[in-house]
Design a binder for this molecule. Structure first.
Ligand SMILES: [Fe+2]
Ligand SMILES: [Fe+2]
Length: 215
């Protein structure tokens, strides 16, 4: 049997993990930094443009739910304390992304994905599994995820109306953070993932983005 303090540590950690999961899937995170949309004019969008922007932002919000879950899963199994701290710091920035994108979805009159709990559970499991493989692979997985998210956000910027300054500012702000997260993972010694693994990740993200666009 574990000593009382270790037991308590385990229970505290479990409560923390569950609390974060619930806040993430319900869109209840508060941002630490102001949204990049602040101070930007609401462009004169028509109904179709607003609905399209809301659907794209729902996809981005799902991406952030997955990023949050991945980071939490990885932080749980990371071996080096330094790496764990970096993962936790990046997870905090991803919480800003969650709050910024949820707020923008709300402004656009859209809604969050119904499947958020499912996305979270899946990504958390993958993150924890990547962490078990060791920090180099876990960081490699993270660097590749951030690279794919960056590419994906660039694709959304190409689709968003030039007049939609508020949505564009949020997407651009998130993309800048993702680039930094990727560089951090690489500087900590991320391994380069084998081609087929990257391909499988692209396929999974395609499934996720297609489903999230509708659900
Ligand atoms: Fe993010
Ligand atoms: Fe990121």
């Amino acid at each position: 049997m574990l000593p009382m303090t270790e037991n308590r540590c385990g229970i505290d950690r479990l409560i923390e993990v569950l609390d974060l999961a619930l806040r993430t899937v319900s869109g209840a995170h508060r941002a630490q930094r102001p949204s990049p949309a602040e101070g930007r004019e609401e462009g004169g969008l028509d109904d179709v443009q607003r609905a399209h922007a809301a659907a794209l932002m729902r996809v981005n919000h799902v991406g952030e739910v997955c990023a949050q879950a991945l980071y939490q899963g990885q932080a749980l199994t990371a071996r080096e304390a330094g790496n764990r701290q970096v993962l936790e710091h990046a997870a905090k920035e991803e919480q800003d992304h969650l709050a910024w994108s949820a707020a923008r979805i709300d402004e656009l009159g859209g809604r969050l994905s119904f499947a958020n709990p499912l996305w979270y559970a899946g990504a958390f499991t993958i993150g924890a599994a990547a962490g078990v493989l060791g920090d180099r692979w876990s960081l490699g997985f993270l660097a590749e995820t951030e690279r794919q998210v960056e590419r994906h956000l660039s694709g959304h910027l190409a689709q968003l109306s030039p007049a939609d300054a508020r949505t564009r500012a949020v997407v651009e702000g998130m993309r800048a953070d993702e680039a930094r997260h990727r560089d951090t993972a690489l500087s900590l010694g991320a391994a380069e993932l084998p081609g087929p693994v990257k391909g499988a990740m692209r396929l999974m993200s395609k499934v996720m983005t297609t489903v999230a666009h509708r659900l």
